[in-house]
Design a protein around this ligand. Structure first.
Ligand code: ATP
Ligand code: MG
Length: 596
């Protein structure tokens, strides 16, 4: 029995019905099938202006054109500092600040195409540097500020960092000792109250005095724009190469998947060190001309609720790990907050357990809309929409212009599409689309292997139901083979999550001489529950009842926390390596408190 079948046996209905006519403002995508049928990429390109000098440049679309269209006075970024400081940047302010940064790069002799790495918390200068470097037609690679020296060095080396923008504190602690290893790193720009530091320049000296006027040079849409490293959930992070053309996808998905309207106040909780924090924490909202809330502080549920309330956030894009954290505290923790402005909530990064969708509905009175994409796809590919019924546990349907399918590769390397509904296979996407990665940095062979017969192979297993909804099964690497069954960890984790004691679950397969692999679950409990033999037995029984003996875990181990990437994804490969005493592999993206 699958989790979906099990859910059908409970009191919960299989779908959450939407009433599009009752929604205000009217969603951009009202009828999925009709919008997809009528969609042309030229319509998406028409959402953008194009560069006066020729071509397409992300920064022009995100910033300068709003000023040209007399929208310069509108708040582009509302920045909430850690210490309670608050700054508003209008689109005109952003245009000026990014031009200054672009001019500063020019004055330092930095050429188009050279790589600008950004390593800092969510400070306003991060946004100015990213967009300013794009104006200068440099390639941007934002790094997560919590990275230690080694991951910083590897990425800067791999990506040929020419410029690094960071803070004095991060420089002292993490970068200074690496300079000899990074001879190509010519310029380090220090933001904030920097003391004189050999081999660095101060933002205040090079950016602040620079001219506010900058004309973006002609930018071929195929010009490299961003270099993004993947989350490292399944192994060593790969560097995905993106181009300016990706902005077409960002504009289109902001409209259809996130349903952004002119007056929206948008908040994406992801850090720009990850692709979501750049594509949807910087580019998509600004391209759409909305107000983008940026929160410097690390997150906890009370901070989230205050931000949602105080900033009157209307559209919120977050992740399952955050939702599970809120679930841990319970719906009571939301009481007293006025979240009446909130219209649309979306989630990405990991499978969103059906239980989390139901919890969202109970707690917020609205549902989280799961959507699926990867660093490699550059933008949202499969999504739930404001006006489309939700089937909890499903990641929705492909975006207009995107053709998805379920497929397998034959032994001859051909692609065999699987048309039968509810049949597992690899999720594939028809190439090309504007934000498709153009390469893995220095890994040509690996890149090539992702494609066959005009399809991109995502490495994720999924199935499509008779209504065209896609269901995530698991990463190809994580799928468990037990006594002839293929078991996706997500299904088992979701069933465990239904138990009131369970806050989080991570499921792996352990080699077994008789059945191939047996299912083992690691479980973190909600406050108020203590690990015990009795609870262990109860959870095993609950899982067996929900999933059947063949799929249910044979063993459960309690953990206070599960190992996760810094972007909040459960690292099953690490659970497995530790269980089996195998090498732990690349840990550069592991949350530090999980390191041993
Ligand atoms: P690496 O490729 O280095 O192992 P990663 O795949 O986690 O790391 P990302 O590109 O950040 O790196 O994440 C994309 C992956 O996250 C997807 O391939 C998928 O496995 C998972 N994912 C993202 N969104 C969803 C979703 N809505 N449902 C299920 N899985 C999702
Ligand atoms: Mg991946």
């Amino acid at each position: 029995m699958t989790a979906a079948e099990a859910a059908a046996g409970t009191a919960r209905p299989p779908r959450i019905v939407k009433t599009p006519g009752a929604l205000a403002p009217v969603p951009h995508l009202l009828d999925h099938a009709a919008t997809c049928a009528a969609f042309r990429w030229d319509d998406a390109r028409a959402l953008l202006d194009g560069l006066p000098a020729g071509g397409l440049n992300i920064a022009h679309e995100a910033v300068d054109r709003h000023v040209a269209h007399n929208r310069g006075g509108k708040t582009a970024i509302r920045w909430l500092g850690k210490s309670g400081a608050r700054r508003e940047f209008s689109y005109a302010d952003l245009a000026a600040g990014t031009s200054r940064f672009a001019n500063a790069l020019g004055a330092l002799g930095v050429q188009p195409g050279e790589r600008v790495f950004v390593l800092m918390g969510r400070l306003p200068e991060l946004y100015l540097a990213v967009l300013g470097a794009l104006k200068a037609r440099c390639v941007v690679s934002p790094l997560f500020s919590a990275f230690g020296p080694e991951p910083i060095a590897t990425r800067c080396e791999m990506g040929d960092a020419r410029v690094l923008v960071t803070t004095p504190e991060l420089y002292q602690r993490k970068v200074k000792g690496l300079r000899e290893r990074l001879p190509g790193l010519k310029h380090v720009i220090l933001v904030g109250d920097a003391v004189d530091e050999a081999g660095t320049v101060r933002w205040a000296d090079v950016v602040d005095p620079a001219s506010l006027d900058f004309t973006i040079g002609a930018t071929d849409p195929e010009t490299m724009s961003l270099l993004h490293f993947t989350s490292g959930t399944t192994g060593r992070p790969k560097g995905a190469i993106h181009v300016h053309e990706a902005v077409v996808m960002h504009a289109m998905t902001a409209r259809y998947a996130l349903d952004l309207h002119d007056d929206d106040v948008f908040w994406c909780t992801a850090d720009p060190g990850w692709v979501t924090g750049t594509s949807y924490g910087i580019v998509a909202p600004l391209v759409s001309g909305v107000t983008n809330v940026v929160v410097e502080a690390e997150f906890d549920a009370p901070t989230w609720y205050s931000v949602l309330q105080d900033e009157r956030v209307t559209v919120w894009y977050t992740a399952p790990t955050a939702i599970r954290m809120m679930m841990r505290l319970g719906a009571d923790s939301l009481r007293g907050y006025d979240l009446s402005a909130l219209r649309f909530m979306a989630s990405v990064g990991e499978p969103l357990n059906p239980e989390a969708v139901w919890w969202g509905l109970d707690a917020f009175g609205k549902t989280f809309h799961d959507n699926w994409w990867q660093t490699e796809t550059g933008g949202i590919m499969v999504s739930n929409y404001a006006a489309m019924d939700i089937k909890p546990g499903s990641m929705g349907k492909p975006l207009p212009g995107i053709t998805a399918a379920i497929a397998r590769r034959t032994s001859e390397g051909r692609v065999e599409l699987i048309d039968a509904p509810d049949t597992e296979g690899e999720l594939v996407l028809k190439t090309p689309w504007p934000s498709m990665m153009r390469g893995y940095l220095h890994e040509e062979e690996r890149y090539r292997k992702c494609f066959a017969d005009g399809w991109y192979f995502t490495g994720d297993l999924a199935k499509r139901d008779a209504d065209g909804y896609y269901w995530f099964v698991g990463r190809a690497d994580d799928v468990i083979k037990s006594a002839g069954h293929l078991i996706g960890p997500f299904e088992v984790e979701s069933a465990l999550m239904e138990h009131p004691a369970v806050a989080e679950a991570g499921v792996i397969g352990i080699p077994d001489p008789t059945v191939g692999e047996v299912v083992k679950a690691y479980v973190a409990l909600k406050p108020g529950f203590e690990p015990s033999e009795a609870l262990n037995r109860e959870l095993l029984g609950h899982a067996r009842k929900r999933l059947g003996a063949a799929v249910a875990p044979k063993a459960i181990e309690f953990r206070s926390n599960l190992p996760k990437t810094r972007s909040g994804k459960i690292m099953r490969r690490l659970l497995k390596a530790r269980e089996l005493g195998l090498p732990e592999g690349d840990l550069s993206t592991l949350e530090s408190d999980e390191k041993r």
